[in-house]
Design a protein around this ligand. Structure first.
Ligand code: FA5
Length: 333
């Protein structure tokens, strides 16, 4: 029958065009041509129904519905294939268990520094900053370290070459964070409670507890009636907060040119003691040099070695582990 042949060729061509559509645009063009409601070829084919005799009509009508459904279904299937992202179709099996993602983490020293700042914030100390590249005034003179003091020996410090700028002031990598004490006192009036954390540099011989670059936390508290007892309380509370309640702290008489009296702060380590920092009452001469009245203002300062604290807390026996970038070490924190 002629009508059924026309149906068959419509179906063949429509399915071929849909299968060949490689893009959403091509598929839409196929839809308009073969399934369009207004002027598509489906309409032409439908028009043939009217030409069928009354006996042929049931067969022809049924066949028309079949080809229409077949073409529509093939079009919908193809549309889903084209819209689905390629990776979903091929690379990802959603039924498999997830792969654990390896997250990065902060360096143990960064973790320690953040915790130090948190603890000191609870004691009312705010964080201050100072430069790592310093002049001699802030690193030495203002701290009462005279020209002939051994600590100023060029062999004890990292001086920068000033050869290219003949008249320039000598500059060095700061050897202690006590420089920030001076910078803060130059800018502010008491009461002052600050800590400053950062890198310092010394050409020390490198061993298990010494590095040529390490970190210190400087603390400064100035006001009325600040005493040695205040200093010892703050340092004990700090050591307990970071190292735990059973830590044994020892204050050993010492000397720093900018504090009087001065102490070294040690804690029990292995079978002896490990020195964690230096501290003392800010020398009245330093207060006068800055412009404060030592009768009115008193205060303490301390400088703690950050690496040493972190080593004690985590049982790290060699300071060099912090700088060797070995993921087997870093991954443990
Ligand atoms: C000072 O640096 C003084 N500025 C501390 C101070 C501040 C005293 C305020 C008084 C008032 P000292 O040189 O002792 O002090 O160093 C302090 C701490 O830094 C040491 O106790 C130690 O924990 C750490 N430290 C010193 N040298 C090294 C090094 N080469 N490697 C690692 N840590 C070090």
């Amino acid at each position: 029958m002629e009508i059924l042949e026309a149906f068959a060729s419509y179906e063949r061509e429509a399915l071929a065009a849909i299968d060949a559509a490689a893009s959403a645009d091509a598929l839409e063009a196929a839809r308009i041509e073969f399934l369009g409601k207004k002027q598509g070829r489906l309409k032409d084919v439908q028009g043939l129904l009217g030409k069928a005799s009354p006996e042929e009509r049931p067969v022809v009508g049924k066949r028309f519905n079949e080809i229409k459904d077949a073409v529509t279904l093939r079009w919908e299937t193809r549309q889903q294939e084209l819209c689905r992202p390629k990776a979903m179709a091929t690379a990802i099996d959603l039924t498999l268990p997830g792969t654990p993602v390896r997250l990065g983490r902060r360096h143990p020293l960064t973790q320690t520094i953040d915790e130090f700042k948190d603890i000191m914030a609870r004691f009312g100390f705010e964080v201050a900053d100072g430069p790592e590249l310093e002049d001699e005034w802030h690193n030495f003179q203002a701290l009462n370290i005279p020209d002939d003091h051994p600590a100023r020996d060029p062999l004890e410090n990292f001086y920068l070459s000033t050869a290219s700028t003949a008249n320039a002031e000598p500059m060095l990598l700061r050897s202690q964070t006590s420089t920030v004490q001076i910078r803060i006192m130059e800018q502010r009036q008491p009461p002052i409670r600050i800590v400053s954390v950062g890198r310092v540099y010394r050409p020390d011989t490198i061993d298990a507890t010494h590095s040529c670059m390490f970190h210190q936390m400087e603390g400064l508290m100035l006001g009325r009636d600040v005493t040695m007892a205040s200093l010892k309380s703050v340092l004990r509370m700090f050591a307990t907060a970071y190292l735990g309640g059973d830590v044994e702290v020892r204050f050993r008489p010492s000397f720093f040119p900018f504090t009087e009296p001065s102490v070294e702060v040690d804690v029990r380590w292995k079978h002896g003691w490990l020195e964690l920092g230096g501290a003392g009452m800010v020398d009245p001469n330093e207060l006068t040099a800055i412009g404060y009245d030592p009768e009115e203002v008193s205060g303490f300062a301390f400088g703690l070695g950050i690496e040493r604290f972190c080593m004690l807390r985590h049982g790290i026996s060699d300071i060099r582990n912090f700088y060797s970038n070995d993921l087997r070490f870093l991954g443990q924190f």
